[in-house]
Write a protein that binds this ligand. Structure first.
Ligand code: AP5
Length: 221
Protein backbone atom coordinates (compact mmCIF):
# COMPACT_ATOMS: atom_id res chain seq x y z
CA UNK A 1 0.00 0.00 0.00
CA UNK A 2 1.63 3.29 -1.09
CA UNK A 3 1.93 5.88 1.70
CA UNK A 4 3.83 9.16 1.99
CA UNK A 5 4.60 9.84 5.65
CA UNK A 6 6.94 11.84 7.86
CA UNK A 7 7.75 10.68 11.41
CA UNK A 8 8.26 13.32 14.10
CA UNK A 9 9.12 13.08 17.77
CA UNK A 10 11.88 13.62 20.30
CA UNK A 11 15.08 11.57 20.29
CA UNK A 12 14.39 8.04 21.51
CA UNK A 13 10.64 8.25 20.94
CA UNK A 14 10.84 5.16 18.71
CA UNK A 15 10.61 6.75 15.26
CA UNK A 16 13.34 4.53 13.81
CA UNK A 17 12.03 1.32 15.40
CA UNK A 18 8.50 1.93 14.13
CA UNK A 19 9.63 3.17 10.70
CA UNK A 20 11.53 -0.07 10.05
CA UNK A 21 8.45 -2.16 10.94
CA UNK A 22 5.95 -0.05 9.00
CA UNK A 23 8.14 0.31 5.90
CA UNK A 24 8.52 -3.48 5.82
CA UNK A 25 4.79 -4.06 6.24
CA UNK A 26 3.78 -1.52 3.56
CA UNK A 27 6.78 -2.20 1.31
CA UNK A 28 7.74 1.47 1.14
CA UNK A 29 11.08 3.28 1.53
CA UNK A 30 12.39 4.20 4.99
CA UNK A 31 14.72 7.17 4.79
CA UNK A 32 16.43 8.05 8.07
CA UNK A 33 18.49 11.25 7.92
CA UNK A 34 20.27 10.20 11.14
CA UNK A 35 21.41 6.90 9.51
CA UNK A 36 22.50 8.69 6.32
CA UNK A 37 24.53 11.21 8.33
CA UNK A 38 26.12 8.51 10.55
CA UNK A 39 27.14 6.57 7.41
CA UNK A 40 28.58 9.77 5.94
CA UNK A 41 30.63 10.34 9.12
CA UNK A 42 31.90 6.73 9.04
CA UNK A 43 32.83 7.04 5.35
CA UNK A 44 34.65 10.34 5.98
CA UNK A 45 32.70 11.98 3.12
CA UNK A 46 32.41 15.76 2.77
CA UNK A 47 28.88 15.62 4.23
CA UNK A 48 30.15 13.55 7.16
CA UNK A 49 32.98 16.00 7.86
CA UNK A 50 30.54 18.91 7.89
CA UNK A 51 28.00 17.07 10.08
CA UNK A 52 30.21 15.32 12.63
CA UNK A 53 30.72 18.03 15.25
CA UNK A 54 27.07 19.04 15.29
CA UNK A 55 26.00 15.42 15.78
CA UNK A 56 28.54 14.71 18.53
CA UNK A 57 27.19 17.68 20.50
CA UNK A 58 23.53 16.85 19.90
CA UNK A 59 23.00 19.96 17.73
CA UNK A 60 21.18 20.02 14.40
CA UNK A 61 23.17 19.87 11.18
CA UNK A 62 22.58 23.05 9.06
CA UNK A 63 19.31 23.06 7.10
CA UNK A 64 20.85 23.49 3.64
CA UNK A 65 22.79 20.21 3.93
CA UNK A 66 19.68 18.23 4.86
CA UNK A 67 17.41 19.92 2.32
CA UNK A 68 19.96 19.19 -0.44
CA UNK A 69 20.15 15.57 0.67
CA UNK A 70 16.37 15.00 0.55
CA UNK A 71 16.04 16.94 -2.71
CA UNK A 72 18.58 14.67 -4.41
CA UNK A 73 16.78 11.49 -3.18
CA UNK A 74 13.48 12.86 -4.47
CA UNK A 75 15.01 13.83 -7.84
CA UNK A 76 16.51 10.32 -8.16
CA UNK A 77 12.98 8.87 -7.92
CA UNK A 78 13.75 6.99 -4.68
CA UNK A 79 10.52 8.10 -3.03
CA UNK A 80 8.09 7.52 -5.89
CA UNK A 81 6.51 4.33 -4.50
CA UNK A 82 5.84 5.60 -0.99
CA UNK A 83 8.10 6.59 1.88
CA UNK A 84 8.64 7.30 5.54
CA UNK A 85 10.93 10.25 6.22
CA UNK A 86 12.38 9.54 9.68
CA UNK A 87 14.09 12.56 11.28
CA UNK A 88 13.30 15.03 8.49
CA UNK A 89 12.02 17.71 8.65
CA UNK A 90 13.38 18.94 11.95
CA UNK A 91 12.99 22.70 11.68
CA UNK A 92 10.27 24.94 10.26
CA UNK A 93 12.52 26.00 7.33
CA UNK A 94 13.06 22.28 6.53
CA UNK A 95 9.29 21.66 6.67
CA UNK A 96 8.66 24.60 4.34
CA UNK A 97 11.36 23.44 1.91
CA UNK A 98 9.88 19.93 1.93
CA UNK A 99 6.45 21.31 1.13
CA UNK A 100 7.91 23.25 -1.83
CA UNK A 101 9.79 20.16 -3.06
CA UNK A 102 6.60 18.11 -2.91
CA UNK A 103 4.60 20.72 -4.83
CA UNK A 104 7.35 20.91 -7.47
CA UNK A 105 7.45 17.12 -7.86
CA UNK A 106 3.70 16.45 -7.61
CA UNK A 107 4.02 14.51 -4.34
CA UNK A 108 1.34 14.69 -1.64
CA UNK A 109 2.15 14.09 2.00
CA UNK A 110 -0.53 11.98 3.71
CA UNK A 111 0.39 12.38 7.39
CA UNK A 112 2.99 13.68 9.82
CA UNK A 113 3.04 11.12 12.63
CA UNK A 114 4.15 12.47 16.01
CA UNK A 115 5.43 9.96 18.63
CA UNK A 116 4.83 11.26 22.16
CA UNK A 117 7.13 10.01 24.97
CA UNK A 118 8.14 11.66 28.26
CA UNK A 119 11.74 12.73 29.03
CA UNK A 120 12.44 10.09 31.74
CA UNK A 121 11.46 7.24 29.41
CA UNK A 122 13.59 8.78 26.65
CA UNK A 123 16.70 8.92 28.86
CA UNK A 124 16.05 5.33 29.98
CA UNK A 125 15.67 4.10 26.40
CA UNK A 126 18.72 5.88 25.04
CA UNK A 127 20.98 4.80 27.89
CA UNK A 128 20.10 1.17 26.97
CA UNK A 129 20.42 1.55 23.19
CA UNK A 130 23.00 -0.37 21.16
CA UNK A 131 23.15 -0.46 17.37
CA UNK A 132 24.78 -2.39 14.55
CA UNK A 133 27.24 -0.19 12.61
CA UNK A 134 26.85 -2.48 9.56
CA UNK A 135 23.06 -2.79 9.08
CA UNK A 136 21.88 -0.07 11.55
CA UNK A 137 19.62 -2.53 13.46
CA UNK A 138 18.77 -1.13 16.90
CA UNK A 139 18.71 -3.05 20.19
CA UNK A 140 17.81 -2.14 23.72
CA UNK A 141 18.66 -3.44 27.16
CA UNK A 142 16.43 -4.75 28.64
CA UNK A 143 13.51 -4.47 26.16
CA UNK A 144 15.04 -5.75 22.91
CA UNK A 145 18.25 -7.71 23.51
CA UNK A 146 20.29 -9.47 20.81
CA UNK A 147 20.39 -13.29 20.89
CA UNK A 148 24.13 -13.19 21.62
CA UNK A 149 25.48 -10.53 23.98
CA UNK A 150 26.93 -7.56 22.06
CA UNK A 151 26.49 -9.13 18.59
CA UNK A 152 24.02 -8.21 15.81
CA UNK A 153 21.41 -10.92 15.11
CA UNK A 154 21.42 -10.12 11.37
CA UNK A 155 25.09 -9.98 10.40
CA UNK A 156 27.20 -10.87 13.44
CA UNK A 157 28.80 -7.38 13.68
CA UNK A 158 29.87 -6.06 17.12
CA UNK A 159 27.20 -3.72 18.51
CA UNK A 160 28.14 -0.15 19.44
CA UNK A 161 26.77 2.74 21.48
CA UNK A 162 26.03 6.04 19.77
CA UNK A 163 28.30 8.83 21.07
CA UNK A 164 25.26 11.15 21.23
CA UNK A 165 23.46 8.74 23.60
CA UNK A 166 25.64 9.88 26.52
CA UNK A 167 23.22 11.39 29.08
CA UNK A 168 24.45 15.02 28.92
CA UNK A 169 24.21 14.96 25.11
CA UNK A 170 20.72 13.39 25.30
CA UNK A 171 19.63 16.26 27.59
CA UNK A 172 20.93 18.75 25.01
CA UNK A 173 19.17 16.88 22.18
CA UNK A 174 15.91 17.17 24.14
CA UNK A 175 16.49 20.89 24.58
CA UNK A 176 17.29 21.31 20.88
CA UNK A 177 14.12 19.35 20.07
CA UNK A 178 11.97 21.68 22.17
CA UNK A 179 13.59 24.81 20.75
CA UNK A 180 14.00 23.95 17.06
CA UNK A 181 11.83 20.95 16.17
CA UNK A 182 8.67 21.23 18.29
CA UNK A 183 7.40 24.27 16.30
CA UNK A 184 6.89 22.01 13.27
CA UNK A 185 4.10 20.24 15.19
CA UNK A 186 2.06 23.43 14.71
CA UNK A 187 3.17 23.68 11.10
CA UNK A 188 1.64 20.25 10.36
CA UNK A 189 -1.35 20.85 12.67
CA UNK A 190 -2.20 23.90 10.57
CA UNK A 191 -1.92 21.78 7.43
CA UNK A 192 -4.34 19.21 9.01
CA UNK A 193 -1.69 16.53 8.61
CA UNK A 194 -0.64 15.91 12.24
CA UNK A 195 -1.42 12.48 13.74
CA UNK A 196 -0.35 11.94 17.36
CA UNK A 197 0.59 8.56 18.85
CA UNK A 198 1.00 7.87 22.56
CA UNK A 199 4.30 5.96 22.31
CA UNK A 200 5.22 4.93 25.89
CA UNK A 201 3.95 1.35 25.50
CA UNK A 202 5.91 -1.64 24.23
CA UNK A 203 7.17 -1.54 20.61
CA UNK A 204 4.37 -3.92 19.58
CA UNK A 205 1.67 -1.86 21.33
CA UNK A 206 2.95 1.30 19.66
CA UNK A 207 3.02 -0.48 16.29
CA UNK A 208 -0.62 -1.53 16.63
CA UNK A 209 -1.60 2.07 17.47
CA UNK A 210 0.42 3.27 14.48
CA UNK A 211 -1.28 0.81 12.11
CA UNK A 212 -4.65 2.01 13.31
CA UNK A 213 -3.77 5.66 12.74
CA UNK A 214 -2.26 4.99 9.32
CA UNK A 215 -5.35 3.06 8.23
CA UNK A 216 -7.52 6.04 9.28
CA UNK A 217 -5.38 8.26 7.07
CA UNK A 218 -6.16 5.89 4.19
CA UNK A 219 -9.90 6.17 4.89
CA UNK A 220 -9.74 9.99 5.17
CA UNK A 221 -8.12 10.54 1.76
P1 AP5 B 1 18.64 10.76 14.56
O1 AP5 B 1 19.39 9.52 14.33
O2 AP5 B 1 17.45 11.06 13.71
O3 AP5 B 1 18.29 10.83 16.09
P2 AP5 B 1 16.97 11.23 16.89
O4 AP5 B 1 15.87 11.91 16.19
O5 AP5 B 1 17.53 11.97 18.04
O6 AP5 B 1 16.30 9.92 17.13
P3 AP5 B 1 16.89 8.60 17.67
O7 AP5 B 1 17.49 7.82 16.55
O8 AP5 B 1 17.79 8.86 18.86
O9 AP5 B 1 15.59 7.93 18.26
P4 AP5 B 1 14.31 7.28 17.60
O10 AP5 B 1 13.14 8.15 17.86
O11 AP5 B 1 14.57 6.86 16.17
O12 AP5 B 1 14.19 6.03 18.53
P5 AP5 B 1 14.64 4.51 18.29
O13 AP5 B 1 13.60 3.81 17.51
O14 AP5 B 1 16.04 4.42 17.83
O15 AP5 B 1 19.59 12.04 14.40
C1 AP5 B 1 20.87 12.06 15.01
C2 AP5 B 1 21.52 13.40 14.76
O16 AP5 B 1 21.66 13.63 13.33
C3 AP5 B 1 20.74 14.64 15.26
O17 AP5 B 1 20.97 14.91 16.62
C4 AP5 B 1 21.29 15.73 14.33
O18 AP5 B 1 22.56 16.15 14.73
C5 AP5 B 1 21.44 15.01 13.00
N1 AP5 B 1 20.23 15.11 12.16
C6 AP5 B 1 19.44 14.07 11.73
N2 AP5 B 1 18.42 14.54 10.98
C7 AP5 B 1 18.57 15.89 10.93
C8 AP5 B 1 17.82 16.93 10.32
N3 AP5 B 1 16.70 16.68 9.61
N4 AP5 B 1 18.25 18.21 10.46
C9 AP5 B 1 19.40 18.49 11.16
N5 AP5 B 1 20.14 17.54 11.78
C10 AP5 B 1 19.75 16.25 11.66
O19 AP5 B 1 14.55 3.97 19.79
C11 AP5 B 1 15.47 4.39 20.77
C12 AP5 B 1 15.77 3.21 21.71
O20 AP5 B 1 14.58 2.84 22.41
C13 AP5 B 1 16.23 1.94 20.97
O21 AP5 B 1 17.16 1.26 21.77
C14 AP5 B 1 14.96 1.10 20.84
O22 AP5 B 1 15.21 -0.29 20.79
C15 AP5 B 1 14.20 1.49 22.09
N6 AP5 B 1 12.75 1.53 21.90
C16 AP5 B 1 12.06 1.95 20.79
N7 AP5 B 1 10.74 1.87 21.01
C17 AP5 B 1 10.60 1.42 22.28
C18 AP5 B 1 9.45 1.13 23.09
N8 AP5 B 1 8.20 1.30 22.61
N9 AP5 B 1 9.65 0.68 24.36
C19 AP5 B 1 10.90 0.50 24.83
N10 AP5 B 1 12.03 0.72 24.11
C20 AP5 B 1 11.87 1.19 22.85
Amino acid sequence: MKKNLVFLGPPGSGKGTQAVKLAQKLNIVHLSTGDILRNAVNDGSQLGKEAETYMKNGELVPDHLLVGLIESRLAAGELKDGFILDGFPRTVPQAKSLKEMFVKNGVSLEAAVLFQVGDDEIVRRLSGRWFCPKCQATYNYPTNVPKQEGVCDHDGAQLQRRPDDEESVVRNRLEVYRRQTKPIEDFYRNESLLTEIEAEGSPEEVFQALLQEVSKVAVKR
